[in-house]
Design a protein around this ligand. Structure first.
Ligand SMILES: Nc1ncnc2c1ncn2[C@@H]1O[C@H](COP(=O)(O)OP(=O)(O)OP(=O)(O)O)[C@@H](O)[C@H]1O
Ligand SMILES: [Mg+2]
Length: 297
């Protein structure tokens, strides 16, 4: 194992009983990938291909039907405060204020802390996501964007080794989404937070991710390709389109979502699932041309 690897996913599979009885439906199988310390990895795939299921397994709140998830050399067996999750919906406790929602998580992490210390710690993260002044509000009194900010602050506040995010901005309007993405960029750059995030949004992936995993449509979904972001780190949302590789990246991802993701057999035929092709879309490529590259492990 590479010393820099934090998460290793080996041969992961998940099946559920078929809705009409008679056997199982395999949502995905033979998923293999890794995430390095400090890396930001995005997962893109169509609705229903198993992204949330995968994230729940990484979080330890669902169990795979096969394969393992290894974090820091140890197989995970359940949830841990080392792995914080920002869910597809905000998942806040509706009867608790912003401060109390975050304090609840912080107290679970550091049970011996005094109330004053917990409050001070929470305030730091509330300020970080620009929610200063909303400490005493209940979730129902907040906008959708503000609720997602609380979810992000709560996840960050427990200082997890790994942040797992399931389409955290998908329900937001474009303006709010943009400003939250900017905050995530600045926080993750500052803290070198290892993050695994699911998204449907190609521009979001190009802005945030170091690498982008492309998942084919299910059933039996696979990681078809690993796209390395060829736009250098320090990316700024409004400047992305000026980079010479931007359109090559965007077209490659779009082409996958629009046409190639459906054709599982065509995508993964002849591909060793342990070593999905690595792709480096660059200006002048002349379209998507996956090239097999050595795996990083
Ligand atoms: N507990 C469950 N029991 C049975 N089937 C399930 C269960 N959870 C998920 N599935 C099925 O697994 C598949 C993948 O679901 P999942 O929620 O992981 O998709 P997703 O990729 O996150 O989709 P979306 O982009 O819409 O959020 C779906 O077909 C879903 O019906
Ligand atoms: Mg989902």
């Amino acid at each position: 194992m590479d010393l820099n690897t934090l998460i290793t996913v080996e041969g992961l599979a998940r099946s559920f009983p078929a809705p009409k009885g008679g056997g199982n439906v395999t949502v995905f199988d033979e998923l293999w990938f890794d995430v390095a310390k400090g890396e930001f990895v995005c997962l893109i795939g169509h609705s229903g291909c198993g992204k949330s299921t995968l994230l729940n397994i990484l979080a330890g709140i669902d169990k795979p039907s096969g394969g393992v998830v290894i974090v820091d050399g140890k197989e995970i067996t359940g949830p841990s405060l080392d792995r914080a999750v920002v869910f597809q919906g905000h998942a806040l406790m509706p009867w608790m204020s912003v401060m109390a929602n975050i304090a609840f998580a912080v107290t679970s992490r550091w049970p011996k802390w005094s109330a004053a210390k917990v409050r001070e710690h929470c305030q730091h993260y509330i300020d970080m996501v620009n929610l200063t002044g909303a400490e005493d509000k209940k979730p129902a009194q907040l906008s959708g964007g503000m609720r997602q900010r609380v979810g992000i602050a709560r996840a960050l506040a427990i200082e997890p080794r790994i942040m797992l995010m399931d389409e955290p901005f998908s329900a937001l309007d474009a303006l709010t989404r943009g400003s939250l993405q900017d905050e995530v960029v600045s926080i993750c750059t500052k803290t070198r937070q290892t993050t695994f995030m699911i998204t449907h949004d190609i521009d979001e992936a190009i802005l945030l991710a170091d690498r982008i995993l492309l998942m084919t449509n299910g059933p039996e979904a696979r990681v078809a390709e690993i796209v390395v972001n060829t736009l250098p780190k320090g990316r700024v949302r409004n400047e992305l389109h000026k980079h010479p590789n931007y359109y090559a990246m965007r077209n490659h991802l779009l082409d996958f979502l629009v046409s190639r993701s459906e054709d599982l057999r065509g995508m993964v035929e002849g591909v060793d699932p342990k070593h999905p092709p690595m792709v480096f879309p660059k200006a002048g490529d002349g379209g998507p041309q996956p090239t097999l590259a050595a795996s990083r492990t």
